[in-house]
Write a protein of this length. Structure first.
Length: 113
């Protein structure tokens, strides 16, 4: 089960993901991310505080989203990883590719600072 919600703060969007992202719902995850990001957004923060699990399929969606946003010159960061998800990001090297912050507020300050 996965739920994606978003909240706007000026020209930034914070996308909250809850539950699990795996091969069975990765395309739904991608669709939800794309729907949450507006044409005028200049910063996107993916808040994973309530994410219990993410598979390689979910990681691939995050990487594709980061690449697409970079091409549009939109800042992107991830926040609030649980210890197990954070370990996966380190093992996969994602922490070297995508900025990771402790909270949506610190990520927003870093992206817009």
């Amino acid at each position: 089960m996965m739920e994606v919600t978003s909240e706007r703060r000026g020209t930034a969007v914070i996308i909250n993901t809850e539950g699990r992202v795996d091969g069975s719902n990765a395309s739904d995850f991608q669709d939800a991310l794309e729907a949450a990001i507006g044409a005028d957004d200049d910063s996107v923060i993916l808040n994973l505080a309530q994410l219990d699990y993410i598979s390689s399929a979910g990681l691939r969606i995050i990487l594709l989203s980061a690449k697409n946003l970079r091409q549009r010159d939109v800042s992107f960061a991830i926040s609030s990883l649980s210890p197990s998800v954070h370990e996966l990001f380190i093992i996969s090297g994602f922490d070297q590719i995508i900025a990771i912050h402790s909270s949506p507020d610190t990520a927003l300050a870093a992206l817009q600072g």
